[in-house]
Design a protein around this ligand. Structure first.
Ligand code: GTP
Length: 338
């Protein structure tokens, strides 16, 4: 499909804005810095725009360290080497195009300088010859610019596709595939973000009772179905800001920001009520399985306490629930909810 003149103009405009941005902040156009500058100047990535604007409110200037951090945060959160290589090669080709363009414009500018000097002192015939040379070079430069713009447009499309693929890979890396909840890696990634907006948290840790028997009596496929549906119940019970994690095999964790113990107890009771109504059928034997119960441990995190210590307290409460009959909610250290 032929490139439209407006697309070319827009691509050049973005390229020049990125260049101005780099110069204004005295950043060298390395692939990473060029890409971030390009995304910021083209307003192509709202998170980058927001983070840079925030940063500039408190700092006089940007620095390569911060740019590197942005790049890792927004583009390279995956261990997928194939994607990472594609990003590298895209960045490399954009940088090559940009630096070739710089060289080409430099040599065009010096040619013009030269010819102007000569024309001033030349006779009419020579001046005509020199002007025709300038016209030829101008045409060639315009043609080169046109090709460069097309390559940059193509790179922009590639960058968008890669960005999407990276986002998907990022989400996949932090998601438990069976339940769709976050995995532990997801928890580590999301917790610091929650701590920006909240300072009070409650934690619920829960574990399915006698899950081994469900697997042993009905097979792992049915066991997996139970896990998947419990994951769904948790997802549908919590609020938007709450973080639901598959913490281990049949163990789940919920982090509830700006929630005190009573709120966490309500959430646990809601989950308990919902799962008490669920049942499954063993297709081979026709037997009905369920209700399957869970035990819960709850703690409200102290301000000066580490996550590790708080989760351990919730885990001890869960242990207490398991040891005193299961299918119950215990607030740390050992307060049972009727
Ligand atoms: N189907 C299935 N089973 C799993 C998965 N992850 C862990 N399990 C099983 O979960 C069971 C956990 O067993 P236990 O730790 O003995 O706990 P339990 O039988 O639930 O007993 P209590 O926790 O004491 O009530 C084991 O049989 C694991 O194989 C999974 O992804 N799918």
């Amino acid at each position: 499909m032929p490139v439209q003149p407006e697309q070319l103009d827009a691509a050049f405009l973005k390229m020049n804005l990125a260049k101005d941005f780099l110069m204004a902040h005295q950043l060298i156009p390395t692939p990473v810095q060029y890409w971030i500058a390009y995304e910021y100047s083209a307003s192509g990535h709202p998170e980058i725009t927001e983070l840079i604007d925030e940063y500039l409110k408190e700092h006089v200037d940007l620095n390569p360290h911060f740019i590197g951090h942005l790049y890792e945060k927004c583009f390279l959160p995956t261990s997928d080497t194939e994607l990472a290589q594609s990003v590298d090669s895209l960045l490399g080709s954009v940088l090559k195009d940009v630096s070739e363009n710089g060289k080409m414009l430099d040599s065009y500018a010096s040619l013009l300088d030269n010819q102007v000097d000569h024309i001033e002192h030349a006779g009419v015939q020579d001046a005509i010859k020199l002007i025709s040379e300038v016209a030829k070079t101008t045409k060639q430069t315009a043609q080169n610019q046109h090709e460069l713009s097309q390559r940059l447009l193509h790179s922009e499309q590639n960058a968008k596709q890669l960005q999407q693929a990276l986002k998907e890979a990022q989400l996949e890396a932090i998601t438990d595939q069976l339940t769709g909840l976050y995995n532990r890696k997801g928890m580590d990634k999301k917790l610091p973000l929650l701590e920006i907006d909240h300072d009070e948290f409650s934690i619920i840790i829960m574990d399915i009772d006698f899950f081994k028997n469900i697997n042993d009596d009905n097979g792992h496929i049915l066991g997996d179905r139970v896990l998947r549906q419990f994951g769904q119940v948790i997802k549908n019970t919590v609020r938007g800001d709450d973080l639901s994690i598959r913490f281990g095999g049949e163990e789940f964790l919920i982090i509830l920001p700006s929630t005190l113990t009573t709120g966490a107890v309500t959430v646990a009771q809601n989950i308990q009520a919902k799962i008490s109504k669920m049942a499954w059928k063993n297709k081979k034997t026709g037997a009905t399985i369920g209700p399957v119960t869970m035990s819960f441990g709850i703690v409200t995190k102290q301000l000066d306490e580490s996550w590790e210590d708080s989760i351990q307290k919730a885990d001890q409460a869960l242990y207490h629930a398991k040891n005193t009959g299961r299918n119950k909610i215990i607030i740390s250290p050992d307060k049972e909810i009727d």
